[in-house]
Design a protein around this ligand. Structure first.
Ligand code: BG6
Length: 469
């Protein structure tokens, strides 16, 4: 039977995006790794479309904030581009035009009553720092990130109430060093990936330390992509594989961010295999003493795993300890190739509640990318994305169940407000509440955008809660 799924009055309803995926290259002083990747290997990107114009947020942010307000959003996350804000990457000196631009963005959010979450890193390392120092493998880059963070807090800290250090830090080692789907597209560099995991955690803790020391009156967190690992069976081997996958892909960031420590299950294995990161006592202390105020969870898909079948040979890889399991009958988003499993959002919430002292958190991304959405345009030119509304409802209903049971979740951000560019998928899969026409940058609200407005007014929606089993 349908019942009202009711959310708290002050619940955050909104969406996330990032600077490099929306702003365009206009007036940027440096290139980031994604800009460089596109400029040098255009064919890696769907239909050869790059981030040069993206959704032109650089010029259209006023219009965009007005539309966000129109669809009921009360909060929004984007990111400051390191490659835009910082003129001198070694000293952290800001670029004046960039400061003026971000100040205006921040003021515009405020004018529209939208709570701004400002993120510092969304995969967009300046390419010079990769070429010169080896990117996130380098501790010097960690220090340069801390300088960038300090500059950002000095310039905008008083006006931005919520900050986050990284978006999906795990994607950097996973996609860049292990499986080769993001620049630099290395495959099989397990040991280097392990060092990158540590360095990103250290960089995040250093930014948290600086932020807290400045006493700016806001809060700082980190955004993690959590992919809960479900074992193929209840056998000891499959359960061990799932425990390892969780420790490596999820807890290697959640544990240090929330508790200041690394999971012992992971560090024991890394030590045994002689691939533990290089870290000194002072660095570990920085991580221990600088935990976050809240966490953001990007949830798209679970991880299905089984005991590994391959041999432990060659360069160290996390796949020595688990294999992906192609579960028969799983529900798929065929465009993105990701499994749809809404209940995982409840499992994540319970895990945070039970094992991470019920720290404050929000869903910072969740969404459904669909290719060829044009076919769903009706005679009035509006995209009828009922599939997306159903997707959101299912996930929100599971989230709501966890909140009813005491989970400390304060909001839900979809990916994304406006269709935006993405790393090598470019504009293939559309995710927005608002469609963007790449020919003329015209924006039109999709059915899901109108639905969101209604949900924010009603603080919920009707749903057959018998489905929550
Ligand atoms: C998230 C990232 O994991 O997935 C975003 O934080 C990204 O940056 C989004 O755009 C969707 O990815 P894709 O490849 O389906 O467009």
């Amino acid at each position: 039977m349908e019942q009202k799924v009711q959310f708290p009055e002050n619940f955050w309803w909104g969406a996330a995006t990032s600077g490099p995926q929306t702003e365009g290259w206009f007036e940027k002083r440096h290139e980031n790794v994604m800009d460089y990747w596109y400029r040098t290997r255009r064919n890696d990107f769907f239909n050869g479309v790059g981030p040069d114009v993206a959704s032109d947020f650089y010029h259209k942010y006023k219009e965009d904030f007005a539309m966000m307000k129109q669809i009921g959003m009360n909060s929004f996350r984007t990111s400051i581009q390191w490659s835009r804000l910082i003129k001198d990457l070694e000293t952290g000196e800001p670029d004046e035009d960039a400061v003026a631009f971000y100040k205006d963005v921040i003021a515009e959010a405020k004018k529209n009553g939208i709570i701004l979450v400002m993120n510092l890193h969304h995969f967009d390392l300046p390419i010079e720092l990769f070429k010169k120092y080896g990117g996130w493998e380098s501790k010097h880059v960690v220090d340069l990130f801390a300088k960038f963070a300090r500059t950002a807090f000095e310039c905008f800290g008083k006006d931005v109430p919520y900050w986050t250090t990284f978006n999906e830090p795990m994607v950097i080692p996973e996609a860049g060093y292990l499986f080769g789907f993001h620049y630099p597209k290395y495959i099989g560099k397990g040991k280097e990936a392990v060092q990158v995991i540590f360095n990103l955690n250290l960089a995040s803790a250093k930014a948290v330390e600086i932020y807290h020391s400045m006493d700016l009156g806001g809060e700082i967190g980190i955004i993690m992509n959590l992919t809960p690992a479900y074992p193929r069976s209840d056998s000891k081997e499959d359960r061990e594989a799932a425990a390892f996958a969780d420790a490596f892909f999820n807890y290697s960031f959640v544990d240090p961010a929330v508790n200041g420590t690394f999971p012992a299950l992971l560090t024991d294995i890394l030590k045994k295999d002689h691939v533990l990161w290089d870290a000194d006592e002072k660095e570990l202390e920085t991580i221990r003493n600088n935990t976050v105020d809240f966490i953001g969870v990007n949830y798209y898909q679970p991880k299905r795993v089984k005991a590994p079948e391959g041999k432990q040979e060659g360069e160290w890889m996390p796949t020595w300890y688990y294999d992906e399991y192609d579960m028969p009958g799983k529900r798929m988003n065929p465009y993105r190739g990701w499994e749809i499993y809404p209940k995982a959002i409840y499992d994540i919430a319970k895990n945070i509640q039970n094992n991470y002292h019920n720290v404050k958190w929000f869903i910072s991304e969740n969404g459904m990318g669909v290719e060829g959405e044009e076919k769903y345009r009706d005679e009035n030119g509006n995209i009828q994305d009922d599939y997306r509304i159903d997707f959101y409802k299912e996930h929100l209903a599971w989230l709501n169940k966890a909140i009813q049971e005491g989970s400390n979740c304060f909001g839900y951000h979809a990916w994304t407000a406006f269709d935006c560019w993405s790393w090598n998928n470019a504009y293939k899969n559309r995710y927005g509440f608002i469609a963007v026409d790449l020919n003329d940058q015209k924006r039109t609200i999709k059915k899901s955008g109108h639905w969101l407005k209604q949900v924010t007014e009603d603080h919920g929606f009707l749903y057959d809660t018998d489905q929550l089993k």
